[in-house]
Design a protein around this ligand. Structure first.
Ligand code: NAG
Ligand code: NAG
Ligand code: NAG
Ligand code: NAG
Ligand code: NAG
Length: 424
């Protein structure tokens, strides 16, 4: 159990005096690394404001009928999916993008499908937009802003630092209800998005799945309850190659847990799932290999730190028993306080009293220090302070000191203690 004890993290006064920071006189270090990690991280999702924009005049909508769709869409690129390349696709109201033909099947089926239909299923279930006022939007795009957004989201993974998006296809199921809904069931809506991304070489393809709201899992014809949209045979989510053999199901797909897709992730951001989908195996973009580079968010922090950083690029799920972190800087290795939360890893940094790059290594479940990445530590004078010393003059003379910080800086903690380190 990791409690971020300050005794192991506080720099010794001697080290402070030897460091460049000693030119800042008086020096008072605030150590907020004793935050107790107790607060439940808010159950979250990807808000529609963080979706790729949809519903604009450049979008088209699918046929406004139960089990309808877009009809054939000829693509301006060859899109690689599951080892094949496709020049057309269909957006289907029932939460599926299909490649050979439209898919009117309203009852989600287990993968692999016995028919030869390659599909991407962000959320295959019995949508009925004819009664629910929901809308299914789609567009193919090379808009530079969308490409920049796609490029950024995929570059967050260290293996794809040079990724450059060339083309995207954005399909959004906006406030869609379910077939057979009655009374309260009519108010249950799902909002989710699938963004297909192709790179400039035309070889790499990804899908970004964003889930903003999932309130129902099952239509009435799949034995769901008309008042709740739950029970029966819940929604399918994942990828079917179309060769009757290969497929990939997203965690929770086809079970009642599929309702939690807004809170789960394969990359540490609840409600977002990103997969590489061009090759014959669908891949999580995080690393499942036994050693790899990771990146951190934010990518730099202040030498006074006390910030929590999120580790990007590791596949972490409930099977991971523990995570340990270590920081290698100018003054030797130091243990970090790291913990697992929402399928991602977070680490607290102690005050560091150094600038430049440090290496952070991570150990999963008692293995070796197999995962590492670099983090930039900036001088406090180059960083806007997160914690401000109020009325500094009184700190030297009075009995009371006062600090303040921006609203939201500590919002997720339910309890924390503050340590003030001082020296003359
Ligand atoms: C798509 O391409 C096919 C085959 O080239 C063609 O027959 C069809 O008219 C095209 N559809 C549209 C909507 O352009
Ligand atoms: C659909 O929209 C109409 C008009 O805005 C509204 O009266 C009706 O309640 C809506 N139905 C659902 C199921 O949201
Ligand atoms: C969804 O997630 C919540 C919070 O982790 C959990 O309590 C609940 O049991 C999950 N629901 C299902 C149906 O798995
Ligand atoms: C971090 O690790 C890399 C690769 O092992 C090494 O080249 C570099 O010098 C290290 N940097 C620090 C600050 O320890
Ligand atoms: C770390 O890597 C070594 C070899 O590089 C491997 O034998 C070991 O299983 C890895 N440990 C973990 C936890 O992945």
């Amino acid at each position: 159990m990791c409690t971020c004890r300050s005794s192991t993290h506080s720099p010794s006064p001697a080290r402070i005096q030897n460091s460049p920071i000693s030119v800042l006189v008086p020096v008072l270090l605030l150590n907020l690394c004793t935050l107790l990690v107790q607060g439940p991280y808010p159950a979250s999702c990807i808000p529609v404001t963080e979706f790729f924009p949809f519903g604009t005049s450049s979008d088209q909508t699918t046929e406004r009928s139960d089990d309808g769709g877009s009809g054939r869409i000829n693509l301006t690129v060859m899109f690689p999916f599951f080892g094949n390349r496709h020049d057309k696709l269909y957006v289907n109201n029932n939460g599926v993008i299909s490649f050979f033909d439209e898919l009117r099947t309203y009852r989600p089926e287990d993968f692999p499908l016995t028919e030869k239909i390659p599909i991407i299923a962000p959320y295959w279930a019995d949508v009925d937009i004819s009664i629910s006022n929901g809308t299914v939007w789609y567009r193919e795009s090379r808009d530079p802003q969308l490409l920049a957004k796609a490029t950024n989201e995929i570059r967050a993974f260290s293996a794809y630092r040079n990724f450059q998006a060339y083309w995207v296809f954005v399909a959004t199921w906006d406030e869609v209800g379910f077939f057979g809904a009655s009374e309260d069931g009519l108010n249950k809506k799902n909002t989710f998005q699938a963004v297909l991304v192709l790179d400039t070489t035309g070889k790499l393809s990804f899908v970004i799945l964003n889930y903003a709201k999932i309130e129902w899992t099952t239509g009435s014809n799949s034995l769901g309850h008309s008042l709740t949209g739950l029970g029966g045979n819940p929604a399918q989510a994942g990828f079917n190659a179309g060769d009757t053999v290969h497929f990939f199901e997203i965690e929770g797909a086809g079970t009642s847990s599929v309702i939690n897709l807004t809170a789960t992730s394969n990359m540490g951001i609840p409600g977002k799932w990103i997969f590489r989908i061009d090759s014959s195996e669908i891949q999580d973009v995080c690393s499942q290999s036994e050693s790899s580079l990771v990146s951190f968010q934010p990518a730099f922090t202040s030498m006074l730190s006390a910030d929590a950083i999120t580790v990007n690029g590791l596949c972490l799920d409930t099977k991971v028993p523990s995570i340990e972190g270590q920081l290698e800087g100018a003054t030797g290795p130091r243990e970090l306080c790291c913990f697992l939360e929402d399928n991602s890893a977070r680490c607290y940094l102690p005050p560091l009293v150094l600038t430049g790059f440090v290496n952070i290594s991570l150990k999963i479940g008692g293995g070796g220090w197999n995962y590492s990445g670099e983090l930039e530590i900036k001088n406090i004078v180059d960083m806007p302070p997160a914690v401000i010393r109020d009325v500094p003059d009184e700190w030297m003379t009075g009995n009371t000191v006062s600090i303040s910080w921006k609203y939201g800086f500590l919002e997720w903690a339910t309890s924390y203690s503050i340590e003030i380190l001082a020296f003359k």
